[in-house]
Design a protein. Sequence first.
Length: 243
Amino acid sequence: MCYVVGIKIPKKQTIKVGDKPLDLDPIDIPVQSGFAYDKWPVIFKEQQGTEKVLRPSLMHWELIPSWVRNQKELEDSRKKYTTLNIKSEGIFNNKVAQAVVHTNRCLVLASHFFEWQEIEKQKYPHCIQIENTPLFFIAGVWNTWTDFSTGDTKNSFAMITTEANETMSKVHNVKKRMPTILNDALANSWINEHLNENQIQEITSYQVESSKMKVHTIAKNFQQLQDPTTPVNYSIFTTQTLF
């Protein structure tokens, strides 16, 4: 699956989603695990009066089920299942995602993500980037959750994953999954267009081309490092055996 990501926007910049310009503030989170249950930058449509307005926001990473009524129930639910990611293949059968996939879609922002390759019962972490793309979009869904004990509300999201492409099948060689990374045209469709189930299934199953991925091995303790993306070589790999 995809539970560890990073992002770097060094200075304020304007991007476009379709024909809509959006201003993004600087942010630098070299690595974050979804299991920190912290906030992460997304782009979503917020209801403002009679219109839905596209905007960036920090949102709680974990699509909280509507039937979870308070923080204690939320913590208990984490022991049974995770809603950090949603599989594209089962998105219409997923009880949490099916309620929002038609109306509440979002774009999760990232600069890189991390996965582990398992060889002879040893795990080797890799950093994955998209060539010439310092910031890319991952398909996501979101909702607004109410804590009935306090009355507080928060927006929460999950990122969507798909079957691994050729490169990621070698990297994430046990579960063979990858995030649904969208090109600009698909990102615009995902968040701005009215989509039927076939269109949603097609987009969520999209695999970015292997040729556009840049992959290298990193330190096993990368999550504790100031720069977790620093390349580290392992003797088990050669130019021929890495990919």
